[in-house]
Structure formats: structure tokens, C-alpha cells
Write a protein that binds this ligand. Structure first.
Ligand SMILES: [Cu+2]
Length: 134
């Protein structure tokens, strides 16, 4: 039987290099990529009889002010509350609504929920860890 050797995989290096270039330098990007994360779009929707946030996990970079563009696709108001930040808003039905987030410290995860209807499905806000300084 042939013995398998553990060989480091270098296949992911080009992708990693692209991510580092995009995330750290803010310089030119390959077509279709952007480092602009100033606005994140989220919708509140009813899927299969359950109210959900789409995306249910929002990922943002640290130390950067972010605007959430919230669109409530349903016919009733829904809440959007981030307990750990003591931030909340009410999204009017069928309307787009902006919520500004302050610059957040990296490496934290926050739960998002509808304060008007606690039974609704929750979301998560993930603030990425800051890149290590050289
Ligand atoms: Cu709700």
C-alpha cells in the first residue's frame, strides 16, 4: 500500500493574496471585488411563514462606520435591535431604512432580533478581527 505524505497545499495562496490585497491595501481590485463595505444591505422578509433577516449573518470590518440599508419587504413594521450595542430601530413596511453603526471593535459577535416580535428568527452581526500589526 502506498503511503500518503502530508504535502502543504499552495493552491489557496493566490486567493489568500487577493484577499490580503483587497482587505489591507484598499488598492485596485480584480473585477467584481470591492473593499467598499460602507453600506451593507439587509432585508426583513417572510419566508415559509417565518420572519427572517437576509442575510442572517452580517459581517463587517472593524473600526469602520457602516450603514445598514434595511428594507422591510413585509406589510407590517419590524424591529431591528442589536442588544450588545444598545442600538435599535423600527423598519416601516415596504420601505428602505438606513441605520448607521459606529466604528466597532473587532472580534465581537452580536445578536440581532426584532424587538417588536421576539419570536422572529434572529440574526448575527460579526465584526471581523483587526489585522495584526507588523
Ligand atoms: Cu418583527
Amino acid at each position: 500500500m502506498r503511503k500518503l505524505r502530508s504535502v502543504p497545499s499552495f493552491a489557496c495562496l493566490p486567493a489568500l493574496a487577493l484577499l490580503l490585497a483587497a482587505g489591507l491595501s484598499g488598492a485596485a481590485h480584480a473585477r467584481g471585488y470591492s473593499s467598499d463595505q460602507s453600506v451593507v444591505q439587509v432585508i426583513s422578509a417572510n419566508v415559509g411563514g417565518k420572519n427572517v433577516y437576509i442575510p442572517s449573518t452580517i459581517v463587517v470590518v472593524p473600526d469602520t462606520e457602516i450603514t445598514l440599508s434595511l428594507f422591510n419587504t413585509t406589510d407590517v413594521p419590524h424591529g431591528f435591535r442589536i442588544d450588545g450595542l444598545d442600538i435599535e430601530t423600527v423598519m416601516p413596511p415596504q420601505e428602505e431604512h438606513e441605520l448607521k453603526l459606529p466604528a466597532l471593535e473587532g472580534g465581537h459577535v452580536y445578536q440581532i432580533h426584532c424587538q417588536l416580535h421576539p419570536a422572529h428568527r434572529t440574526g448575527t452581526l460579526v465584526v471581523l478581527s483587526a489585522p495584526k500589526k507588523k
